[in-house]
Design a protein. Structure first.
Length: 119
């Protein structure tokens, strides 16, 4: 029952749902997720931790970057089932669609360049 509750709680936040829908499209780093959702970095990290603990999201280090991706759901049958279903849900939601439309223009290199230029 505990694994089921973790997955359901992880999916109980709209930003975490948006985050999962973005990761269906591509791997992303924290700064890209932060830019897409317009939320603070600590908040993004908190959401990612909850999603990882539920077995929905994983990460891999790539040089200076940490890339987040959807898992294959092997760690939990509940995670696998919900990830599979989520692929078909909410694609026509206006909030999800707006983020999906912006994703191609969100690139970590440009985000970092802007941060260096402004400070």
């Amino acid at each position: 029952m505990e694994d089921f509750i973790k997955v359901m709680k992880a999916l109980s936040d709209s930003n975490r749902i948006k985050l999962l829908k973005m990761l269906q499209r591509r791997m992303m780093c924290v700064c890209e997720i932060q830019e897409a959702l317009s939320i603070a970095q600590p908040t993004v990290s908190k959401h990612l931790k909850i999603l990882e603990e539920a077995g929905l999201v994983g990460h891999e280090k790539d040089g200076l970057w940490v890339n987040y991706r959807l898992t294959d759901g092997r760690s939990s049958p509940y995670a696998a089932s919900l990830l599979g279903n989520l692929k078909h849900w909410l694609d026509h939601d206006s909030g999800i669609q707006a983020i999906a439309d912006r994703l191609p223009g969100i690139k970590r290199e440009e985000i970092r360049r802007k941060e260096k230029d402004c400070c």
